[in-house]
Design a protein around this ligand. Structure first.
Ligand SMILES: [Zn+2]
Length: 115
């Protein structure tokens, strides 16, 4: 396939994706602050699951607890981010191939280069 066409297909794919975010989403169970609570005696009685979203902001980890509904949105944004990162890798490959083809058309005369 023509490299320019492939490249514009990558751009179209990125354009069709929604919001993006970094980070990861995990479900965790927690013990509470009440020492008499059953969550302290039985691991299966811990509270949760809680949706925890962590991400790096200026090299610091930011943590948010989300409702199931909020977690759905964040998971979608994380998935979009991963898709975009994959597409960008493909765009870089396609670009390098395009550049290499372009460079092949111009042979450098080594004698004319000044060092
Ligand atoms: Zn508890």
């Amino acid at each position: 396939m023509d490299l320019k066409r492939r490249y514009s297909q990558h751009k179209q794919k990125i354009g069709s994706l929604g919001f993006i975010t970094t980070g990861s989403l995990i479900k965790v169970y927690k013990t509470c602050g009440n020492p008499g609570c059953r969550c302290h005696k039985d691991r299966t009685k811990r509270h949760g699951p809680y949706n925890i979203w962590t991400r790096k902001v200026n090299s610091k980890t930011v943590t948010r607890t989300l409702t199931d509904e909020q977690a759905k949105l964040v998971q979608e944004c994380i998935n979009n981010m991963r898709k975009i990162e994959k597409i960008i890798e493909q765009m870089k490959d396609t670009s390098v191939r395009y550049i290499e083809n372009y460079l092949k058309d111009f042979k450098v005369d080594k004698n004319s280069q000044k060092l």
